[in-house]
Write a protein that binds this ligand. Structure first.
Ligand code: TYD
Length: 216
C-alpha cells in the first residue's frame, strides 16, 4: 500500500468539513510531476451501504432508542464497507485519502462518550478494518462549548448533536487522551482560530510531513 491515509477528527462544529474540503482543493492544485490522486471521503456514509447506515445512525431520536452496542456495530459495519470499497483500493493505487472521521471517532464517542469498553472497540475495529490505520490524524481541537454552539447555529441537529454538553465534554477528553497516547500520529490543530488560520496550520503540518506532495 503506497498511498497516504489522512484523517480529520474533532467534536461537532469544530470546522472539519470546511477544512477537509479546503485541504483537498489545496492538495489537488499542487502540480508535482506525478501528483497522487486525492480522494475526499467520510464516515459514516462513504459508500452506498454507508449512506443507508448514516441515516439510521444520525436521525433524531426515534421511538426505539438505539442501544450503545448496536450503535458501535453499525459504525463498524459502515467502516468495514468503506475500508474494502474505498480506502484500501485508493491507497493501493498510491492515492492520498482525506477522511472525515475514522477509528478515533469511535474511541471518543462510543468509548469516552457512551462509556463502552475501549478494548471491545479496538477488537471490533480490528475486525472491521483488517488492521488499516491512518498515517496521520489532524485533530481540530476546540472547546466543545464553542463548537456545539456553532453546530447548533447551523440548525438541523443530528442525534449526536442533541446529546448534552457533558457527553461532548467526555468526547473531547477522549480526543485529548488519544493525542497524548499517539503524539506521532495525531497532530493537534488549534481550531479556535480563524478559518484561514486553521487551514494554514493544516497546510504547515502536511508540508512538514509530506514535502514531496508540494510543487512550486
Ligand atoms: P457528521 O454530520 O458527519 O458530523 P460532523 O459534521 O460533526 O462530522 O456526523 C457524524 C456523527 O457520527 C458525529 O456526531 C460523530 C458520530 N460518530 C460516532 O459517534 N462514531 C464514529 O465512529 C463515527 C465515524 C462518527
Amino acid at each position: 500500500m503506497d498511498g497516504k491515509f489522512i484523517v480529520f477528527e474533532g467534536v461537532e462544529g469544530c470546522g472539519k468539513t470546511t477544512q477537509i474540503e479546503r485541504t483537498s482543493q489545496w492538495l489537488s492544485a499542487q502540480n508535482t510531476a506525478d501528483a497522487p490522486m486525492v480522494t475526499l471521503t467520510r464516515e459514516p456514509g462513504g459508500t452506498q451501504l454507508g449512506s443507508a447506515l448514516r441515516q439510521v445512525l444520525l436521525e433524531s431520536q426515534t421511538s426505539e432508542p438505539l442501544q450503545d452496542r448496536a450503535e458501535l456495530l453499525l459504525y463498524a459495519a459502515d467502516r468495514a464497507q468503506h475500508v474494502h470499497r474505498v480506502l484500501k483500493p485508493q491507497l493501493d493505487k498510491g492515492g492520498i485519502v482525506l477522511c472525515d472521521r475514522y477509528i478515533d471517532s469511535t474511541i471518543a464517542y462510543q468509548g469516552y462518550g457512551r462509556g463502552l469498553s475501549l478494548e471491545l472497540i479496538v477488537q471490533i475495529n480490528y475486525i472491521a478494518t483488517d488492521g488499516l490505520t491512518g498515517d496521520l490524524t489532524l485533530w481540530l481541537d476546540v472547546a466543545p462549548e464553542i463548537a456545539l454552539a456553532r453546530a447548533k447555529r447551523r440548525g438541523n441537529c443530528n442525534r449526536m448533536e442533541e446529546e448534552d454538553l457533558t457527553f461532548h465534554r467526555r468526547v473531547q477528553q477522549g480526543y485529548a487522551a488519544l493525542a497524548r497516547a499517539y503524539p506521532q500520529r495525531i497532530a493537534r490543530i488549534d481550531a479556535s482560530a480563524s478559518e484561514d488560520d486553521v487551514q494554514t496550520q493544516i497546510q504547515t503540518v502536511l508540508a512538514e510531513r509530506f514535502p514531496e506532495w508540494l510543487g512550486n
